[in-house]
Design a protein around this ligand. Structure first.
Ligand SMILES: [Zn+2]
Length: 370
C-alpha cells in the first residue's frame, strides 16, 4: 500500500458499520459522563473528579488497551487532579498515537438559566445539551468510540500503539500538567498526537484546528485582565509587556499593582505533515466533503506542552464543538450527527496510521530507547 491509498474499502465499510452499531452506546456513555459534575476548581467536591476518572477507566476497558489506570502527578502520585492513562504497545516497527482529552468541566454557572439541568444530558432536536457534553466529554467519547470500532474490526491484526491520556484539571488551568508530562514522558511518547478539545468549522463542515492563540492574564485594582497572544509571541515577554503597560499608564497620582496570573503559549501547526493529510482524508470520507484548516481564538495549553515534550510528533487538533456549542456557557451543546462523523473520522485516521499512512519518517521513533 502506498502513502496515497486510503484504508482498504472493506475495512472502511466495516469501521462505518461498527461506529454506527456502537453509537447508541457511545451516546449513553456520554450521558453517564455528563451526569458527573467533575470540576477541578477550589470549592468543588474533588470526589466527583475521582468518579469521572473511574468511569473513564471503565469506558476504556473494551478499547483493546493492555493497561488503563488513574494516575496523579507527584513522586508519591498524590498531587493534582486524577488523570487517566491507557496504553497498548505498538507492534515492532509500528507507530504510536497519543489521544488526548480532559474529563473535568467548567462550573455550570446559574443553574436556573439552563433550559434543562446542566448535568442531565438532554436531547433537543439534533443537539445534546449539558455541561461538558462538548468540552470535553465528547473528546473522551471520540477516542473511546473510535477505539472500540477499530478494535472490533481489526482485533489481533492491529499493530498501532495507542496511548490515551485524559487529563482531570484542564479547566482549572492544568496546574500539575507540566509535572505529570515530565514524570510520564516515556509512557506518553508518540509519533502522532490527536488533541480532541476543539471543534469543527460549522455543523456539517469538518475542520482541523491549525493555530491557537496563547494567553497571559493578571490582576490590576482587583480587576482581572486577560490578553490573547498570536503564534510567534512568547508568553513571558507578553506578560512583562502587559505589566509594563499597566505601570506606565497608571493615571497621575494612582499606584497600580500588577499580579501576574496564568500564561499559555500560542501554537501554530505545520499545516501539511503527513498525519494532517491523513486526517483530512479521513474527515472527507466521514463527512462526504473536504475539511478546512482553521485558527481558534481560545488556547489549549496542553498543545504547546505536548509540542515541547514530543518535538518530533505530529499534532492534530480536532473536537466535537461547533459555533453553536457555547463551551463554558449556559446551554452548552453538541451536534449529535457531527459527533458520529467525528468518531468515524478518528476510526478511519487510526486505521490509516495502523496501515503506515500518515506517519511519515517518524515511525521509527517508537522504537527508540528513552
Ligand atoms: Zn476543553
Amino acid at each position: 500500500m502506498t502513502a496515497d491509498d486510503g484504508v482498504r474499502p472493506d475495512v472502511a465499510a466495516a469501521l462505518r458499520g461498527a461506529v454506527d452499531a456502537g453509537f447508541g452506546t457511545a451516546l449513553a456513555d456520554l450521558t453517564r459522563l455528563t451526569a458527573i459534575p467533575a470540576i477541578a476548581w477550589p470549592g468543588f467536591d474533588p470526589a466527583e473528579l475521582d468518579r469521572s476518572a473511574a468511569l473513564t477507566v471503565r469506558l476504556l476497558a473494551d478499547c483493546g488497551l493492555d493497561d488503563v489506570r488513574v494516575l496523579h502527578a507527584g513522586q508519591d502520585g498524590d498531587v493534582g487532579a486524577p488523570a487517566v492513562l491507557g496504553r497498548r504497545a505498538a507492534a515492532p516497527g509500528a507507530p504510536t498515537v497519543l489521544l488526548y482529552a480532559h474529563h473535568d468541566v467548567q462550573p455550570p454557572g446559574p443553574g436556573e438559566q439552563w433550559t434543562s439541568p446542566p448535568f442531565t444530558a438532554t436531547r433537543r432536536g439534533g443537539r445534546l445539551h449539558g455541561r461538558g457534553v462538548a468540552d470535553d466529554k465528547a473528546g473522551i467519547m471520540l477516542h473511546v468510540a473510535a477505539l472500540r470500532a477499530l478494535h472490533s474490526v481489526l482485533g489481533a491484526d492491529l499493530r498501532l500503539g495507542v496511548t490515551v491520556f485524559v487529563e482531570g484539571e484542564e479547566e482549572a488551568g492544568s496546574p500539575t500538567l507540566a509535572t505529570f508530562l515530565a514524570e510520564h514522558r516515556k509512557a506518553l511518547r508518540a509519533d502522532v498526537v490527536v488533541v480532541a478539545d476543539s471543534g469543527n468549522w460549522q455543523v456539517g463542515v469538518p475542520a482541523l484546528t491549525t493555530s491557537l492563540r496563547g494567553l497571559v492574564d493578571g490582576v490590576v485594582a482587583t480587576a482581572k485582565i486577560s490578553l490573547r497572544i498570536p503564534p510567534g509571541n512568547d508568553p513571558e515577554t507578553a506578560m512583562a509587556a502587559l505589566a509594563r503597560h499597566v505601570r506606565i499608564h497608571a493615571p497621575f497620582g494612582a499606584q497600580a499593582t500588577f499580579r501576574p496570573g496564568a500564561a499559555g503559549a500560542p501554537y501554530a501547526v505545520d499545516p501539511a505533515p503527513p498525519a494532517a493529510r491523513a486526517m483530512h482524508d479521513a474527515m472527507h470520507q466521514a463527512w462526504g466533503r473536504p475539511a478546512v484548516d482553521m485558527g481558534v481564538g481560545g488556547s489549549i495549553p496542553v498543545v504547546a506542552e505536548l509540542a515541547r515534550l514530543l518535538p518530533d510528533a505530529q499534532i492534530l487538533i480536532t473536537g466535537a464543538e461547533d459555533p453553536d456549542t457555547r463551551a463554558h456557557g449556559i446551554d452548552e451543546s453538541l451536534d449529535v450527527e457531527d459527533l458520529r462523523r467525528g468518531v468515524l473520522a478518528e476510526a478511519l485516521l487510526l486505521a490509516r496510521l495502523d496501515a503506515g499512512i500518515g506517519t511519515g519518517d517518524s515511525t521509527e521513533n517508537s522504537d527508540n530507547p528513552d
